[in-house]
Ligand binder design. Structure first.
Ligand code: ZN
Length: 85
């Protein structure tokens, strides 16, 4: 069980500890930050795709509809890029 130094009180704590036993600081695993940011990114991807669909449907008759298809492709590329990583 590896030990790390608590960022607040410098006490050696286990990497799997929920809180620092000395000062009570929550010991968040590094991947929790990553999943948070990826959640924001996937929300952005959904918004891009939804906006693309709306623009493509609403402006199908004129040239702006192509912008909607562009946004859909951009959103799907971002999804593929995330999955590939
Ligand atoms: Zn501490």
């Amino acid at each position: 069980m590896p030990l790390i130094a608590c960022p607040d009180c410098n006490q050696r704590i286990s990497t799997v500890a929920v809180n620092c036993p000395a000062c009570g600081r929550p010991n968040l695993p590094p991947q929790s930050y990553e999943s948070e940011s990826s959640g924001i990114l996937s929300l952005l991807q959904i918004l891009i795709i939804v906006a693309g669909v709306i623009i493509a449907v609403l402006f199908k008759a004129n040239g702006i509809g192509a912008l909607g298809y562009g946004l859909i492709v951009l959103g799907l590329l971002l999804v593929i890029f995330r999955v590939a990583k």
